[in-house]
Ligand binder design. Structure first.
Ligand code: G3P
Ligand code: CA
Length: 270
């Protein structure tokens, strides 16, 4: 294999440093920032009363002590749940002795709070926000997302440097809605498999960044090269094994999304 010239690959923490702390909690995102991650990934869902919260699954059953669909619950319902104790307490023996730390590891996180954390990070940290269940709400997820980005001054590019936020989705329609309302916000088209329409490395119109899953990259590195030849930046998820990190580096992808940012940064010599 020919090795690409050394270049900086952006390391993005998937649901925060989610190997070390419960996914999508403030603790996981703080840890990712401490670990030196270049960016943070999160999934957004709309609650019954219109708040964007960071929860991966349609239901809260796996990651909390509650039950039910996020879309059927209000923010106050979610705030009463424990989103951290499902993760092994042995991993961090002292976290339950400090009430503030306990809350950061167990409370549902809103997108708004994450935007505040990033604003106060003290260094540039990019955000990769994935819209979940966008068809269920027919545009309301994107509308609320763009409202928040605007409030934080993130709906337009900064005077210099890259746009600090990008929106990702498996739904081309969701990305289209984002571009229609905020044309300068970069969009990432996520792919779990290669659909026949995309075999030649052409993605839906308007998309500039491809987001293939690691399985695609491992099994079809030629497809990644096609995407690159067609001019797309490539952001790969979810890259946790050293061999996969190396393959991504060899292919010269732009970003790696990982549950273990510290280990990936070390492997990349950072
Ligand atoms: O970063 C993209 C990746 O997170 C998509 O898959 O299921 O982890 O949201 P999932
Ligand atoms: Ca995601």
């Amino acid at each position: 294999m020919t090795h690409a010239a050394p270049r900086t690959i952006q390391v993005v923490a998937h649901r925060g440093a989610s190997e070390d702390a419960p996914e999508h909690t403030l603790a996981a995102y703080r840890k990712a920032i401490e670990d030196g991650a270049d960016g943070l990934e999160c999934d957004v869902r709309l609650t019954a009363d219109g708040h964007l919260v960071l929860v991966h699954d349609r239901r809260v059953n796996r990651t909390s002590n509650g039950r039910g669909a996020v879309s059927a619950l209000e923010l106050a319902d979610l705030a009463a749940l424990d989103f951290g104790s499902w993760k092994d307490r042995e991993e961090s023996p002292d976290w339950d002795s400090d009430p503030a730390l306990l809350s950061e590891r167990t409370s549902v996180l809103t997108l708004e709070r994450l935007l505040e954390l990033v604003a106060d990070a003290g260094r540039p940290v990019e955000l990769a926000i994935e819209t979940k269940h966008p068809t269920r709400w027919a545009g309301q997820v994107e509308e609320r997302l763009l409202f928040l980005l605007k409030r934080f001054g993130l709906d337009a590019p900064p005077p210099e440097g890259p746009h600090p936020v990008r929106v990702m989705s498996f739904s081309a329609r969701s990305l289209h809605r984002v571009r229609a309302a905020a044309p300068t916000v970069p969009t990432v088209y996520l792919m779990q498999f290669i659909s026949p329409r995309m075999r030649d490395g052409r993605l839906p119109a308007g998309v500039r960044i491809a987001g293939p899953g690691m399985r695609i990259v491992r099994n079809h590195p030629g497809f990644v090269r096609k995407l690159q030849a067609a001019g797309y930046a490539v952001h790969v998820w979810t890259v946790n094994d050293a061999e996969d990190v190396q393959l991504c580096a060899d292919l010269g992808v732009e970003a790696i999304i990982t549950n273990r940012p510290r280990q990936v940064l070390s492997q990349l010599g950072r």
